[in-house]
Write a protein of this length. Sequence first.
Length: 146
Amino acid sequence: MTVVPFPASADPGATGGETVAAAVGRYLDSVQTSTTRASYAETLARLAALAGDLPAGALAPWEYTAVMNRWDGAAAATWNRHLSALTSFAVWAQRQEILATIPGRRLERRKPARRGDPVHPARTPGQAIHRRPARPARAGAVADAV
């Protein structure tokens, strides 16, 4: 089992004044898997563009919501992937004692469509269901049934 030591902060005030852009850069440098780093970089670049010059400790829920609005109409898997990037960054920032809470804690994961779920939304009673018309019965079939 590998034990990873917690980072020691020599100056407690040093990370408190770190900008969002600097914290995002440090976080991405700490992500070891290149595919994860590349995926998270897209999401965190939006966060840095929105709040890059602000102190990282001052990130607020509305900033996370503004970032996630970009993927509001996307598939559930896409939404969840970007939300995971923001959440992972926030958890890292808490461990670094930059954030006290997770700004995106009220953003919810979306339920992905499962195999067998209807592709089309439920129809309202006034909407017609288009089906092939029933085939007329054979003339002899009615006589046979009687």
